[in-house]
Design a protein around this ligand. Structure first.
Ligand SMILES: [Ca+2]
Ligand SMILES: [Ca+2]
Ligand SMILES: [Ca+2]
Ligand SMILES: [Ca+2]
Length: 222
């Protein structure tokens, strides 16, 4: 049986080889703006890579939370510590452009998963994680409950979310399907049209307030 670490090493090698091939191809087509654009997109770190701060190929809850804190600050364009629907949708529109690597105005599942989990993400489109009582994003992504999220777990999760976002089920996300304010509204627990860091965190690693609370994960007083 091949260990997970070895599989990850092989994947990293394959990814490196793919990148090398792409760079050679790009070099051979100097002046081709599509190829140049594709190479630029490929060099952008994907979300998993950004989250995995210590580069061990696994995302721990602390790494996940640190990334979300950084992301919250990015979304909060005016820096007042709260998100408006406008700030959120603008960020999502920017993400959509980054995902749409072939710039055809729609995002297919491969583009979507690559944005989050990496360019060499293997697609198991039949992936259908079992229903659980997990309530946070991190717990949901960590399918095998080992307190880390791996690239395959990232991919399995993203394929499911892609299907949810693809409202008309045509296999393509439009900017409207992806960058709607529906998720903003869902995060805005007290419905005051702003999302605070506490509300934002409630969907990430911390338990939402309305679910069972364990002694080790008490909600913060507010
Ligand atoms: Ca890590
Ligand atoms: Ca703001
Ligand atoms: Ca596309
Ligand atoms: Ca895991």
């Amino acid at each position: 049986m091949i260990g997970k670490n070895r599989i990850n090493k092989i994947k990293t090698m394959a990814w490196g080889l793919g990148m090398a091939a792409m760079m050679i191809a790009t070099h051979g087509m100097a002046g081709d703006s599509d190829a140049a654009k594709a190479a630029t997109q490929a060099r952008k770190p994907f979300v998993f890579q950004k989250m995995d701060a210590d580069g061990d190929g696994k995302v721990a809850a602390a790494e996940f939370q640190a990334h979300r804190t950084t992301w919250f600050k990015e979304i909060d364009a005016n820096g007042d510590g709260k998100l408006t629907a406008d700030e959120y949708v603008k960020d999502q529109q920017g993400r959509f452009k980054d995902m749409d690597t072939n710039s055809d105005g729609v995002v297919v599942v491969e583009e979507y998963a690559a944005f989050f989990c990496g360019p060499e993400t293997r697609m198991d489109k039949a992936a259908n994680p079992a229903k659980t009582d997990k309530t946070t994003l991190f717990e949901t992504m960590d399918a095998n409950n080992d307190t880390y999220v791996t690239v395959p777990e990232c991919a399995a999760y993203r394929i499911v979310i892609f299907r949810q976002l693809d409202a008309n089920g045509d296999g393509k996300l439009t900017p409207e399907e992806f960058a709607s304010d529906a998720r903003f509204t869902a995060m805005d627990a007290n419905k005051d049209n702003t999302v605070t860091k506490d509300e934002f965190d409630a969907t990430g690693v911390n338990k939402p307030r309305d679910t069972r609370v364990s002694q080790t994960n008490l909600p913060r007083a507010h």
